[in-house]
Write a protein that binds this ligand. Structure first.
Ligand code: 13P
Ligand code: 13P
Ligand code: MG
Ligand code: MG
Ligand code: MG
Length: 365
């Protein structure tokens, strides 16, 4: 018997502006998921939020891309949107691009990371949820977990990891995918993964037996909607220990608050700050971008936990560094590389400004 973990997320309204979802929305989702658990569609669930995004962490036995489970999440977000509208919350229904569910939540706005596996005697799983950034934000930390021996000691000293991992990489612009093996193809894989707005890691599998190790949501809202409606604010599921990186190796990459796209109006680079769930409230300049990590043990498809893994004073220096980098980046104001390049901005006044200048723009001598 296999267990499926589905993490499906959406922003359907928040206070004040884009900082934090409202407890009434979490309660509405809880009511709907509790019923699904009672009816045995789900075995278990945990609901959390990172900033204004609601994250439904669900376990069940129905496999990935299951229509009923996706429909359940969609329905929870639709009902939560009604509550958001009744409270006049900001961006009520923001991430829902359609009025009707069509069988699979992909392409409809919410983000989705899923994996199915046969449980080991003990199966620690860590769920990461972000706000104010895009799926490519996971490229560097996921690469470090599964391919960088300076991060993951086990790649060198543990024979069960020594064979390396395969990375399934999506080209979200051309809608293509490719699988690349590390360490053998590391330099070529990095040539893609450095372009975080275009190439994103979707899945990681263990080379020795093709066992699933990680799954990341890769939906890009603005590419689906054709206009800016907020950042994607991705989620990821990572298995750990016994043939996978240790839990401490899984969270270690986030000790470096690397620069990611997102932040204010989805149009700025800033540091990804690892925080305890209670501090997942991006307020300063609508940020800086946040990531939380919830650790579970999976027990016959039940979620034992969570442990709020960044609620550890050992990450205080990472947070202090993120604050310092935020200060440094902010001082660039409207200049790159704080502001994203024009073609990657979610909002821009540039076409209007250029149009206004049409008559005044002269050929150079
Ligand atoms: P413990 O002795 O605390 O179980 O640690 C084992 C380990 O390998 C930690 O990475
Ligand atoms: P969200 O995607 O978190 O709603 O962010 C939108 C935004 O524009 C923040 O400034
Ligand atoms: Mg929002
Ligand atoms: Mg958000
Ligand atoms: Mg968003």
């Amino acid at each position: 018997m296999k267990t499926t973990i589905s993490v499906i997320k959406a922003d359907v309204g928040s206070i004040a502006g884009h900082a934090k979802t409202h407890v009434a929305l979490l309660n509405k989702c809880d009511e709907i998921l509790a019923k699904a658990k009672e009816e045995e569609l789900l075995v278990d669930y945990h609901i959390t939020n990172c900033g204004d995004d609601i994250d439904l962490i669900m376990t069940h036995r129905n496999g990935t891309e299951n229509e009923e489970v996706h429909g359940l999440a969609w329905n929870a977000f639709i009902e939560a949107t009604k509550v958001a509208k009744s409270l006049k919350l900001y961006g009520a229904g923001q991430d829902l691009l359609s009025d009707t569910f069509s069988g699979n939540i992909k392409g409809m706005g919410p983000g989705c990371a899923e994996m199915e596996f046969k449980e080991r005697p003990s199966d620690p799983v860590i769920v990461f949820c972000c706000d104010k950034t895009e799926p490519g934000a996971f490229n560097m930390p996921i690469f470090k977990m599964f391919a960088d021996p300076f991060n993951t000691a086990g790649l060198v000293i543990d024979p069960s990891l020594h064979g390396g991992y395969d990375f399934e990489i999506f080209d979200v612009i051309e809608h293509k995918k490719v699988t690349m093996s590390c360490p053998d193809e590391m330099y070529d894989a990095l040539a893609l993964l450095g372009s975080t707005g275009r190439y994103v890691i979707k899945h990681v599998t263990r080379r020795s037996d093709n066992e699933i190790a990680a799954s990341i949501s890769t939906e890009r809202l603005n590419l689906m909607a054709g206009q800016y409606i907020g950042k994607d604010d991705p989620v990821a599921i990572v298995r750990s220990q016994s043939g996978f990186p240790a839990a401490g190796e899984v969270v270690e990459p986030f000790a470096f608050p690397h620069l990611v796209s997102g932040w204010m109006r989805g149009s700025h680079n800033g540091p990804l700050m690892p925080v305890a769930q209670r501090n997942a409230t991006p307020v300063r300049f609508d940020g800086p971008p946040r990531v939380i990590a919830l650790g579970f043990q999976i027990n016959n498809s039940e979620l034992v936990g969570p442990l709020d893994m960044f609620d550890d004073p050992a990450f205080d220096r990472s947070r202090a560094l993120a604050s310092e980098v935020a200060e440094y980046m902010r001082r660039h104001g409207p200049f790159e590389p704080h502001r994203l390049p024009a073609d990657e901005m979610e909002y821009t006044s540039l076409p209007g400004v250029l149009k206004m200048l049409e008559g005044r723009m002269k050929d150079m001598d």
